[in-house]
Design a protein around this ligand. Structure first.
Ligand code: AMP
Ligand code: MG
Length: 351
C-alpha cells in the first residue's frame, strides 16, 4: 500500500502554493486525483507511458481503454493532436469546459495513453484547481475518472478516497464536481462531428457551431454483439452499484407520477429493503429505509449532479434491487439517461 497525501483546497487562499506538491508529483511520473467540473480525474503525465500504466493499475482498468489528455489552455491541443478549423470553433464556443474532442494524435503522445489508438481525446477543463494544476505541472495530464474500474465515477473527494486511498500518491479535495457526469466526447471528421458520449455540452449546443452532428448508436442502444464501440470505454460495465438497477419510464406523457408512485409503493410492500431513487416530489408518498431522492422532477441538472453519489450510497445499504425514475432525454437529460441506462444494464420498465 502506498502513502496517499490528501490536499484540502482552501479557496480563500491562492491556489498555486496549495498545488505545488501535487504538480511536482505529476511531473515526476506519480499519480494525483483532482477535481474537475465534470467528475474527479486520476492524473498522470500524458507524455510518460509508464505513468499511464500506473493509472491503469491503480484503477484496475483494462489498458485498451484510452485516457483523456487534459491541457491548460485550448491552444495547447495543437502540441499533441492535429487540430483543424472545426476544433477552433468548438474551442471558442465551449472551452475551457466539459467537452473532449477526439483528433488524430501526434507522436509525442505514447500509445499506452491512447489505448493503442491513433487518435487522442483532448480536454481543457474549466475547474480552477484542474487548470492551475496542469499549468504548474508543465506537462499535459492524462486522466480517466478517479474511480475503481466499474464503479460510478467520483464526484467528491470522499469517493476517490473510498476507491483509491493507498493506490495513488495524492488526492486533492476541491469540493463537489458541479456537473456530476463525465465530459461530452465528440470525434471530429473533417467538418462533421460524431457524439460518442453525451455530457453537459448537449447536441443542441454542438449544433450551434456545427450543422452536422451525428449521435453514435452506442449512446442510447446496446450495441449488437461483436460491434466495437467508437469510444472504447462504452463497452465496459459502468456506473453500476452492487444491486441490480431497474429504470422506470412513462409509457405516455400524462399521469406518470400516480402510476410511478403506485408502482414504487408495490415494490416497497413486496420488499421493504428495496432501493428507490426518485424525484423529490415522490418522497413524501414513499416510506422505506432505502429511499433516496435526486432533485425535482424537471431538474435534470440536479439529477446529473447527484446521480453517481446516490448510486454509491446504495452500496452502503442492503438493497438488492434499485428502482430509479427516469425523466426527459433533452438537453443534459440525454447524458443522464445514457448513464442511467448503463447503470441498469439497459433494463427499462415502461409503466
Ligand atoms: P473516462 O475519463 O474514465 O470516462 O475515460 C475516458 C473515455 O474517453 C474512454 O473510456 C473512451 O471511451 C473515451 N476516449 C478517450 N480517448 C478516446 C479516443 N481517442 N477515441 C475515442 N474515445 C476516446
Ligand atoms: Mg471513467
Amino acid at each position: 500500500m502506498m502513502k496517499t497525501k490528501i490536499v484540502r483546497i482552501d479557496y480563500q487562499k491562492p491556489l498555486a502554493a496549495q498545488l505545488t506538491e501535487a504538480a511536482e508529483i505529476l511531473r515526476a511520473g506519480g499519480l494525483a486525483a483532482f477535481p474537475t467540473e465534470t467528475v474527479y480525474g486520476l492524473g498522470g503525465s500524458a507524455l510518460d507511458g509508464d505513468a499511464a500504466h500506473r493509472i491503469y493499475a491503480a484503477k484496475g482498468r483494462p489498458s485498451d481503454n484510452p485516457l483523456i489528455v487534459h491541457v491548460a489552455k485550448p491552444s495547447d491541443a495543437e502540441k499533441y493532436a492535429v487540430t483543424n478549423a472545426l476544433y477552433e470553433k468548438l474551442a471558442r464556443a465551449f472551452m475551457p469546459g466539459p467537452l473532449t474532442v477526439v483528433l488524430p494524435k501526434r507522436e509525442n503522445v505514447p500509445c499506452s495513453v491512447t489505448g493503442g489508438l491513433t487518435t487522442v481525446g483532448i480536454r481543457c477543463p474549466g475547474h480552477p484547481v484542474a487548470r492551475e494544476l496542469i499549468r504548474l505541472a508543465g506537462v499535459p495530464i492524462a486522466a480517466p475518472s478517479a474511480n475503481l474500474s466499474g464503479k460510478p465515477s467520483p464526484t467528491a473527494a470522499r469517493h476517490c478516497i473510498d476507491d483509491l486511498f493507498g493506490r495513488v500518491d495524492c488526492i486533492i479535495d476541491g469540493g463537489d464536481s458541479e456537473v456530476g457526469l463525465e465530459s461530452t466526447i465528440v470525434k471530429i471528421t473533417g467538418d462533421t462531428l460524431t457524439l460518442l458520449r453525451p455530457g453537459a455540452i448537449t447536441p443542441e449546443m454542438l449544433k450551434t457551431v456545427c450543422p452536422s452532428v451525428t449521435i453514435d448508436e452506442g449512446v442510447l442502444d446496446r450495441l449488437p454483439d461483436g460491434v466495437a464501440p467508437q469510444a472504447p470505454g462504452m463497452k465496459y460495465r459502468h456506473y453500476a452499484p452492487r444491486a441490480k438497477v431497474y429504470l422506470i419510464r412513462s409509457a405516455q406523457d400524462d399521469g406518470f407520477d400516480e402510476r410511478a408512485i403506485a408502482f414504487l409503493r408495490e415494490r416497497l410492500t413486496e420488499s421493504p429493503d428495496v432501493g428507490i431513487l426518485c424525484f423529490d416530489e415522490y418522497a413524501p408518498h414513499l416510506s422505506g429505509k432505502n429511499v433516496l431522492t435526486f432533485g425535482k422532477k424537471d431538474d435534470e441538472a440536479a439529477h446529473s449532479h447527484l446521480l453517481f453519489d446516490r448510486l454509491r450510497r446504495f452500496d452502503e445499504t442492503d438493497a438488492e434491487a434499485i428502482y430509479a425514475t427516469a425523466g426527459s432525454t433533452s438537453g443534459i437529460g440525454l447524458a443522464l439517461y445514457n448513464r442511467m441506462l448503463k447503470a441498469s444494464g439497459y433494463t427499462v420498465l415502461i409503466i
